[in-house]
Design a protein around this ligand. Sequence first.
Ligand code: ATP
Length: 237
Amino acid sequence: MSEPILSVEGLHVSYGRVDAVRDVSFAVEPGALVALIGANGAGKTSILNAIAGLVRPRSGAVRFNGRDITRKPAYRLVKAGLVQVPEGREILGTLTVDENLSLGGWHRSRTMAGSIAEVYERFPILHERRKLPAGALSGGEQQMLAIARSLVAKPEVLLLDEPSMGLAPKIIDEVFAVIAEIRATGTTVVLVEQNARRALAAADVGYVLETGEITHSGPARDLLSDERVIEAYLGLS
Ligand code: ATP
């Protein structure tokens, strides 16, 4: 086994008296796609935010490329190659598509134009709409924009929070196709999803969270056929 590119050890996140994440540990191999699944409020977003430097964990450690990055500010982590696509996309609706993409490359002004040209090649629809305010895009296009914006930052590890949220099934297919493409380029992906079946189908390894704790973990294909996981998260379909 190679050294993990990212690891979380004994992570604990609290908001006042609410313990959102309790003693969570996992490691991510370079190039892997790892899915964190679980019900609403299970602590998935809190884990991503703690990794990305957006929430201060109460205890525990996060390591990225062998370095302890616990409590490092988010902007430093983006520069180092750890980039998050937030839940709800956080597109700036009054700015154009072009301007939103430029925000993804704020820290790499010399090479940004090339990165934006690359993402336009991958997302021709965004190129077509580049002069429009981002708020005029459909939900699916806005999700593509949020992902494209993160790619401008050239992530080594991409943290994706609920990319399928609120999208129609056909658009969800497109989003998962893009995730598979990103992964095929060698980018490591940590995917948080309520759409457990789709997430596990795309992932190598899965972790199931329940009220802040990991209750099941293993190769994603094993979780997809695990009776306890099926009963609790995958329904009977
Ligand atoms: P969702 O799918 O709804 O985003 P989640 O699995 O990502 O759920 P979290 O958003 O991490 O879960 O929330 C875990 C717990 O922490 C929940 O009980 C939630 O109410 C609580 N929580 C999250 N953010 C805050 C906050 N800023 N202040 C107080 N409590 C919070």
